[in-house]
Design a binder for this molecule. Sequence first.
Ligand SMILES: Cc1cc2nc3c(=O)[nH]c(=O)nc-3n(C[C@H](O)[C@H](O)[C@H](O)COP(=O)(O)OP(=O)(O)OC[C@H]3O[C@@H](n4cnc5c(N)ncnc54)[C@H](O)[C@@H]3O)c2cc1C
Length: 301
Amino acid sequence: MVLRGTVSGTRSIPIPGGSCWSGRAGPAGGAATIRAPFHSSLSPALKLVREPRVYVVGRQAVDPQSVQEFLNDHGALWETDALAPGEKIAEAAGRICYMSFGKGRKSNRDYLTNILQSAHGSVLEHAVWNFIFTGVSRSLTHELIRHRAGFGYSQLSQRYVDESDSDFIEPDVIADDPKLHAIWVDAVNQSRKAYDQIVAGLVEKFASVESATLRRKMARQAARSVLPNATETKIFVTANARALRHFIELRGDEHADVEIRKLAVQICRLMQKEAPALFGDYTIRRLPDGSEATATEFRKV
Ligand SMILES: Cc1cc2nc3c(=O)[nH]c(=O)nc-3n(C[C@H](O)[C@H](O)[C@H](O)COP(=O)(O)OP(=O)(O)OC[C@H]3O[C@@H](n4cnc5c(N)ncnc54)[C@H](O)[C@@H]3O)c2cc1C
């Protein structure tokens, strides 16, 4: 497995009310830790995140021996200059349709560009990657999991995992406005305090439940109802190239929500490195507000 993601740095910025936040920050804002003086003693310092983080944790491998056996069995010859296994697999899938191994377009890039041009998108479903997304809000993953076709998900459980030390995703437009930022921090801290108090109260209430794990689950599953959409989550995502393209087109679009657009742009950049023949047609442009959006002439292949 290969881990990949954004680079982090460190910075410290004053916030209203005399507090300051400091910590690991990504190139465009990144994760940070805010030390809020009014916070409950039960909870650790409030940690804020501004950028999603994407880890490409899995990719396919081609079995060359098996491919050669197939070619031998069918009297076919095939060489490809594909660099990524996903590109090679997509080309092989396309060539099966017409038994065109060794014929027609010579380069993998030409072959897959023709697949995109002709919208023969089902071929791209054979190329699959695995990701972990962190530093994303529950509202982002609510939008993400609406993408059904070609996606698989496994998300952090708020029933099992203690959220008292969770990070929170602050929207840029709020973070950049000192007055709104202070209101937002206050609201999140109130939610965290309520969460801690409700968990503590419910654990006491369920004292007769023998299993400590069950007791905590019963408390957390009820207490999570006060946590905001901004609560950070982690999600394992598996997706094929066709599904990823559809996601990048819808969520990298300038009309998409800012947070999920950042994720889509980041995925687009990673996939352009992973498989340029499958994702190289996308352009990334800067919008007047400084954020980024994706575009392609081959939509919904
Ligand atoms: C800017 C924006 C605003 C949005 N606002 C809202 C909103 O206000 N409220 C809301 O509820 N959602 C909203 N959505 C979510 C949107 O409606 C989709 O649920 C989401 O984008 C996933 O798209 P999809 O269904 O095409 O993707 P997938 O589920 O991955 O499907 C991919 C494609 O497969 C085909 N497909 C999948 N399932 C079926 C099916 N059952 N029958 C036929 N064809 C199918 C379709 O061609 C579909 O486009 C918004 C999305 C965007 C990008």
